[in-house]
Design a protein around this ligand. Structure first.
Ligand code: PCA
Length: 211
């Protein structure tokens, strides 16, 4: 059976939890769309996350890669179109580092960007058919999620596995994350965790069916 690697991120910044981690944990080991889900959590530190991801790609040799993370403030689930070769952090990572105007990959030949190799429109259509509003996003930000998507696509392409569908889902806050926002900050839009998990599952189904 094909294997689908599903990653979520650890909590970061002031957020008490990360809904992407909860979704990944809930789906670990399930058969979704004819593929077996292998879940893992990534640290919110770019270099540690990239080496953990490389290890996962080598160990599991997945047939598809679905990376997920929290985009606090987005009102609905999104599937990212592109990863840029830029790091420009507005908040420090979990190691306390803030990279500004810095390349994600320092190799001279590293491309400026990679496009997601997921079937973006099919994922959005799958969500709609399941009653979940969602969209394609044209920026994954310039923080750790963008970095990890860039490195996953770079690694697959450099290791001759560029045909492996790989991309990134950004999920909104869940109630726990929204409740933890200080009252003097704008309220965060949120989705119940079960709905976030369902959205990740539907995206995995669409990707799994194409394998
Ligand atoms: N979201 C952050 C990093 C970890 C996460 O879940 C991001 O959007 O870059």
């Amino acid at each position: 059976m094909p294997a689908l690697l599903l990653t979520g991120f650890e909590p970061f910044h002031t957020h008490p939890t990360n809904p992407s981690a909860q979704a990944a944990e809930a789906l670990d080991g399930l058969t979704v769309g004819g593929a077996r889900v292998v879940s893992a959590l990534l640290p919110v530190e770019p270099h540690a996350a990239a080496s953990a991801l490389r290890e996962l790609l080598n160990t599991h040799q997945p047939d598809a890669v679905l990376l997920t993370g929290l985009a606090a403030g987005r009102p609905q689930v999104t599937v990212e179109r592109v990863a840029l070769n830029v790091m420009d952090f507005r908040i420090p990572d979990n190691a306390g580092q803030t990279y500004r105007d810095h390349p994600a990959h320092t190799d001279a030949g590293a491309p400026s960007a990679y496009l997601s190799t997921l079937p973006l429109r099919a994922v959005v259509d799958g969500w709609r058919q399941a009653g979940i509003p969602g969209d394609v996003s044209n920026t994954a930000g310039l923080y750790v999620c963008n970095f990890v998507l860039y490195h996953a696509l770079d690694w697959l392409s450099r290791s001759g596995r560029g045909e492996v569908p790989c991309g990134f889902l950004h999920v909104p806050a869940n109630a726990e994350v929204a409740l933890a926002m200080p009252e003097d900050r704008p309220a965060l839009p949120y989705l119940p965790q079960d709905e976030i998990t369902r959205a990740v599952r539907v995206a995995a189904e669409v990707v799994g069916r194409g394998l």
